[in-house]
Design a protein around this ligand. Structure first.
Ligand SMILES: CC(=O)N[C@H]1[C@@H](OP(=O)(O)OP(=O)(O)OC[C@H]2O[C@@H](n3ccc(=O)[nH]c3=O)[C@H](O)[C@@H]2O)O[C@H](CO)[C@@H](O)[C@@H]1O
Ligand SMILES: C=C(OP(=O)(O)O)C(=O)O
Length: 413
């Protein structure tokens, strides 16, 4: 790999910002929007609610002024995890919501009990029916409340925040997630008149407001997981790769791990250059909520760990069943195993290209990374899972001299 790559807007911000847009009483505009399947599926959901949207060259305009509370399309809802943000957003907008159970990556059980606990604390009535969640409120609508989350959850923090932003009175959410994407969402809402304080700390305080109005374009923060993916691949296969549009602070634990492995990096204000060809040491990676090492980067860093002289370990504490890549990597000749959420990764000697399956987004991209190191051609089936969240990945990889081709294209991309 050789050349430059520019990181796109964060998937996990974008998929929260789009549902949040329906809380506005004006059209809203986003910039630096990634070209990913999740965005197209969220646009289909908006369309079903009579919300017009237009997406071109990284600019997304959404006009929720004629929104109607209509049933949402099941296929689009099931195509991504973040469709559940319509629960909080529709509650905030209409005081009621019926949303099908979400899809998203197949990475083991993903309960939403904390989201529901938060909605109930705000005064909502929640019922589960026919694979959907029906949430209603009385004539008074939602009211502010104190919510203590039993575990740190990105999704529950965002969903309850979306519901609370227009609720009457003060909401205090404790033990919340601190991910940069939550700060991005709060910034967008505050710029429209919301009163959210503490995003990025473990307590968020919201004073409900009556109306939200957009007056400027919101530029989405760069995707730290996309950046980490390219950095890991560059360190494994690179011959001079510059990764641009990076907020390096968002990648602190990842960069620290690369450093511990012995990866040479030239870190600038908003870019990182990796010369490549370093002799690498094995490490132990333990995933945890931000500011810890992101679970979404444990699979993308795996091919790099196979370049180290020795045995590395990954301890996956968030999704111990996030293992879809393992049998596929074994078929490519990798010496990797997993027991109870602990992955053991040995130095790889004789990797060979194979026909493999992208079981989910990060498993898929990790196979792509391993394919770069393997002899021969790798064919990745179900590549839609990668396209769910990696902005123009084929184009970007080609720009880094990778010989890659998209064989079938999803209908709605
Ligand atoms: C769209 C989006 O932003 N997705 C990200 C989000 O997913 P998501 O928001 O689904 O992940 P959470 O932070 O909610 O999950 C963290 C942990 O809490 C558990 N949990 C969560 C909610 C709940 O009500 N009950 C419960 O038990 C989950 O099973 C998991 O073990 O954060 C994950 C953890 O950083 C990332 O891997 C995903 O990329
Ligand atoms: C798990 C992920 O996404 P989602 O929550 O959208 O399934 C991910 O981005 O790695």
């Amino acid at each position: 790999m050789h050349g430059e790559v520019t990181i796109g807007g964060a998937k996990n911000s974008t998929v929260a910002l789009i549902p949040a847009a329906i809380l506005a009483d004006t059209p809203v505009k986003f910039d630096s929007v990634p070209e990913i399947l999740d965005v197209h599926n969220l646009m289909l959901i908006l369309e079903a609610m009579n919300v017009k949207s237009h997406f071109s060259h990284g600019q997304l305009e959404i006009d929720p002024t004629n929104i109607e509370n209509r049933p949402l399309p099941g296929d689009a809802i099931r195509s991504l995890r973040a469709s559940y943000y319509f629960m909080g957003a529709m509650l905030g907008r209409f005081g009621k919501a019926v949303v099908g159970f979400p899809g998203g990556d197949n990475i083991g059980p993903r309960p939403i009990d904390q989201h529901i606990k938060g909605f109930k604390a705000l005064g909502a009535h929640v019922e589960e029916e026919d694979n959907a969640v029906r949430i209603t409120t009385g004539p008074e609508g939602l009211h502010g409340a104190r919510v203590f989350f039993d575990m740190v959850s990105v999704g529950a923090t965002i969903n309850v925040l979306l519901a609370a932003v227009k609720a009457k009175g003060t909401t205090i959410m404790e033990n919340v997630a601190k991910e940069p994407e939550i700060i991005d969402l709060a910034t967008f809402l505050n710029n429209m008149g919301a009163h959210i304080r503490g995003a990025g700390t473990d307590e968020i305080r919201i004073e409900g407001v009556e109306s939200l109005k957009s007056t400027n374009t919101h530029t989405i923060i760069p995707d730290r997981i996309e950046a980490g993916t390219y950095l890991a691949f560059a360190a494994a296969n690179g011959d001079g790769v510059l990764v641009k549009n990076v907020i390096t602070e968002h990648l602190d634990p990842f960069i620290a791990k690369l450093r511990e492995m012995g990866v040479t990096m030239e870190i600038d204000e908003d870019s990182i250059y990796i010369p490549g060809n370093d002799r690498l040491s094995p490490v132990t990676v333990k995933t945890s909520p931000f500011p810890g090492f992101a679970t979404d980067l444990q699979q993308p860093i795996t091919p790099l760990l196979m370049c180290a002289q020795g045995t590395s370990k990954i301890i996956e504490t968030i999704y111990p069943k996030r293992i879809k890549h393992i049998p596929e990597m074994q078929r490519m000749g990798a010496d990797i195993s997993c027991k109870d959420g602990v992955f053991t990764i040995h130095h790889a000697k004789n990797l060979k290209g194979a026909n493999v399956d992208a079981g989910e987004i990060r498993a898929g991209v990790a196979l792509l990374g391993l394919g770069l190191m393997a002899k021969g051609t790798t064919v990745i089936n179900n590549a839609d899972n990668i396209l769910r969240g990696y902005d123009r990945i084929v184009e970007k990889m080609r720009g880094l001299s990778v010989d890659i081709e998209l064989l079938t294209v999803a209908d709605n991309l």
